[in-house]
Each structure stands twice: as structure tokens, then as C-alpha cells.
Design a protein around this ligand. Structure first.
Ligand code: AMP
Ligand code: MG
Length: 408
């Protein structure tokens, strides 16, 4: 058996980088930067008042109360016309440009406006107080977002502030298909004897959708060499990556290994992992092919361990793997010591604040209900075998949503 880390390294090494393109910010969410986003400007572009109040020369207000003449009113979006000099102040709103000469803003609560057009300053301020300096967020030449970063709402807002359109990797297009004579559309109401609903295309379409990656759905392919060959061939014409499920084991009807021939090559691996030991990886007319095992939990685990990092790598992402955090096992678990085992777990928090992992249900590779309830994999390394309640374990977080109950 091939260690998972070696298998993944081989997969990543075979993936071709996608070309970069410039996108509008509105199309940037989830895209991966292909080069650093460098600012040509300062943010903020000018010194800005951070408060509603009075722009002053700070040395004027070191002793209070003090009365100053009010020169003018400046609202956000307008510009000052007068310089502030000793003995004067400008009434200013949050977001308005600072007038020349003023170096601080006294907030309106610390003033009282007099009827004769002057203002009494009740509290002094030091130089720079309540002022946002030009370039205080981003300076000209600063890298706003590095290369290889998956753009979030926060990155996009920062890029917007500097007026940058990011250069990102083109999105890969992924062809998906399920195989198996027993597999029927998930919408089937009455199952014929021996038939099961297709879970894997629904899963693949959704996990890819979460990554913002478009799919081409090739449907359900029967256990037939000609049918599978022609599906692979047309998938290779249209997509950057092909993901099929099923047909990669040792059974008489596991046809993935027979189809390729002239079209390409595929290797059948036994990866030292559970679930998802059998795995086919190769190329069809130069397009990467992932043949995932058909059991739905295996499909998910293989997607997480191989396909997801491979797609991120194609897009030039710096970070390919899900976050891992330390936790303790909340119960005894016995696993196969020859394999890296991905135990599907739910989490709780103990009185010491540590995460405690408990199996979310049955661990057979067909038990989707337990996968649906899981929040993480408890990753049991090769050579470990069984874990006892209280043992340390590493969690791989494939979801970290609002439904987590954390006592704070
Ligand atoms: P296979 O990898 O083709 O040997 O399939 C392994 C097991 O997974 C069998 O019990 C199949 O019926 C089941 N299976 C394969 N593909 C799917 C699918 N798309 N949806 C649900 N179950 C599947
Ligand atoms: Mg099959």
C-alpha cells in the first residue's frame, strides 16, 4: 500500500497549473490570486477625520476650556477651503478630509458651540488623535494580497479600497460522473429491485460548488466498457479534470481499468487509508482523471484527500489542506494500524476548553448519515491502531459552521 502523503504528492506533481486572468472584484470571491496584488495608491487617499467634531491645532487645546473661531463646515464628500491656523477650528464630519494646518479632531461631545460662531473646546487632544492618516492602511507599493491566496469577502473589500482588479487563476471545469448498473438518479421515487439512488454526483457537484468550481454532469454510466470509454473521451474534450466514482475495485464489473488503452493511462493504487483505499489516477487525452471508489463515504474522503488539494494546486493556491487542530478522543476507537484512518466525528468542548471527538455514527464506508452529522475527521495515523478515551488526536476540519456549540 502507498502512504497517503506519497500518493498525494504524486497527484499534486501531475497537476497542470491553470492560466491566469484578470477579473472584476464582483467575480473574485473564492478565486486564487496568481500574482501579488500591489497597490498603486495610498489608502486612505487623504487624511480623514475619524469623528464628528472640530479639526484643531492640537497645541491650541493643551489647556482647556479654550474658545476657537469656527472657519467652516466640512461634510464627508466635500473638501475644506480654509487652512486651520492657531485660534481657529473647522467643524468636520466623520469621513471628511482634514483641513491643512489641523492635526487633531476634538469630538463634538467634548465641545460646546457658541452662538457667535465660535466653539468652546472642553477637552484637549494630542496631535493625530481622531485622524486617519493618508496611507495609514495601505501605502503605495504595498502587497494588499499575496499570490496563492483564496480571496474572501475581506480580501475583496481590501482590494476595493485600493481599486485593484486581481489577477487570479482560471477556474477549472470538472466533469463528474457516477458509474454502476445498480445506480439510478437520486430523484427516483420507486427503486427497482437491486437499484440504489446516486449519492455521489450530488456530493461532488455540491463540494465543487462550495469551491466555486463549475461542473459538467455526465450522469450515470453503466458498467460497460464502451459507454465508459465514450464518457471519458467526451469529458476530456470539455473539462480540465474528470472525476468518476465507482468501478475502481477488484470486481468483475470494475471497468475503469479496461477503458483507457489509447486514450491515456491510469494507475490503480492501494492507498494506506481508510476509507478510500482503492483509487485510480491517470490522464485521458491529457486531462487528469480521478477514479474515486464508489462507496459514498469513500468518495467524500478521497475527494477531500486528493481532488480538493489537486484543484487548489492547479489554481496555484498556497494552502492546499484543511486546517488541523489538536483534540482528545472522547471514547475508545479501534482502527486498522496499517492505514491512516479518517474517523468521522462530532465535537464537544470539555471543561478545560479542549475539543473532544466522538464518532458521529457507524464508520462503514456506506454510512452517509454519520458523515452528514460529522464536523471533522479524527485522523489516526498509520501505526497507531486503537485509541482510548482521553488520548490526543488530530482533527481535520472539513466544516466549521455556525452550528458548532462552543461555550465562551
Ligand atoms: P464500486 O466502487 O463501484 O465497487 O461500488 C462500491 C459500492 O458503492 C457499491 O455498493 C455501490 O453500489 C456503491 N456505489 C457506487 N456508486 C455509487 C453512487 N454513485 N451512489 C451510491 N452508491 C454507489
Ligand atoms: Mg460499481
Amino acid at each position: 500500500m502507498k502512504p497517503l502523503a506519497d500518493a498525494r504528492r504524486e497527484v499534486l506533481a501531475a497537476m497542470k497549473r491553470l492560466d491566469p486572468e484578470v477579473v472584476d472584484l464582483v467575480d473574485g470571491l473564492g478565486r486564487i490570486t496568481a500574482e501579488p496584488c500591489v497597490s498603486a495608491v495610498e489608502v486612505p487617499p487623504f487624511a480623514i477625520s475619524a469623528m464628528d467634531g472640530f479639526a484643531v491645532v492640537s497645541s491650541d487645546v493643551s489647556v482647556t476650556p479654550v474658545v476657537l473661531d469656527v472657519l467652516e463646515d466640512v461634510a464627508a464628500g466635500s473638501v475644506p477651503t480654509r487652512d486651520v491656523t492657531s485660534g481657529t477650528a473647522t467643524r468636520i464630519m466623520t469621513g471628511a478630509p482634514m483641513p491643512a494646518g489641523a492635526d487633531a479632531v476634538v469630538k463634538v461631545e467634548d465641545t460646546s458651540v457658541d452662538s457667535d460662531g465660535s466653539v468652546t473646546i472642553l477637552e484637549g487632544v494630542d496631535s493625530g488623535v481622531n485622524v486617519r492618516e493618508a496611507g495609514g492602511d495601505v501605502r503605495t507599493g504595498d502587497v494588499v494580497v499575496s499570490a496563492g491566496v483564496k480571496l474572501t469577502a475581506r480580501h475583496l473589500a481590501s482590494l476595493a479600497s485600493a481599486g485593484i482588479r486581481p489577477v487570479v487563476a482560471r477556474m477549472p471545469v470538472v466533469a463528474i460522473m457516477s458509474t454502476g448498473d445498480e445506480v439510478v438518479e437520486a430523484t427516483t421515487v420507486e427503486l427497482a429491485p437491486g437499484a440504489i439512488r446516486d449519492t455521489n454526483r450530488m456530493m461532488l457537484r455540491s463540494v465543487l460548488g462550495e469551491m466555486g468550481i463549475p461542473t459538467i454532469d455526465f450522469g450515470i454510466i453503466g458498467d460497460d466498457i464502451a459507454e465508459l470509454s465514450s464518457a471519458y473521451e467526451s469529458a476530456a474534450d470539455q473539462a480540465d479534470v474528470i472525476v468518476s466514482t465507482g468501478g475502481v475495485s477488484m470486481g468483475d464489473y470494475d471497468f475503469v481499468k479496461h477503458v483507457l488503452g489509447d486514450m491515456g493511462s491510469v494507475e490503480f493504487w492501494k492507498v494506506a487509508m481508510q476509507p478510500a483505499k482503492p483509487f485510480a489516477f491517470g490522464a485521458v487525452n491529457g486531462v487528469a482523471l480521478f477514479g474515486l471508489p464508489g462507496n459514498p463515504v469513500s468518495t467524500f474522503v478521497a475527494f477531500e484527500q486528493f481532488v480538493r488539494p489537486a484543484l487548489l494546486h492547479m489554481m496555484g493556491a498556497e494552502r492546499l489542506l484543511r486546517p488541523r487542530i489538536p483534540a482528545v478522543m472522547g471514547e475508545d476507537v479501534s482502527t486498522s494500524p496499517e492505514k491512516e484512518v479518517f474517523v468521522r466525528v462530532m465535537l464537544a468542548v470539555d471543561t478545560g476548553g479542549s475539543f473532544v471527538a466522538i464518532r458521529s455514527g457507524g464508520q462503514q464506508s456506506n454510512v452517509l448519515s454519520a458523515l452528514a452529522d460529522a464536523e471533522a475527521f479524527a485522523v489516526v495515523p498509520v501505526g497507531t491502531g486503537s485509541l482510548s478515551a482521553g488520548d490526543s488526536v488530530t482533527l481535520e476540519m472539513f466544516t466549521w459552521d455556525e452550528d458548532r456549540m462552543v461555550d465562551v
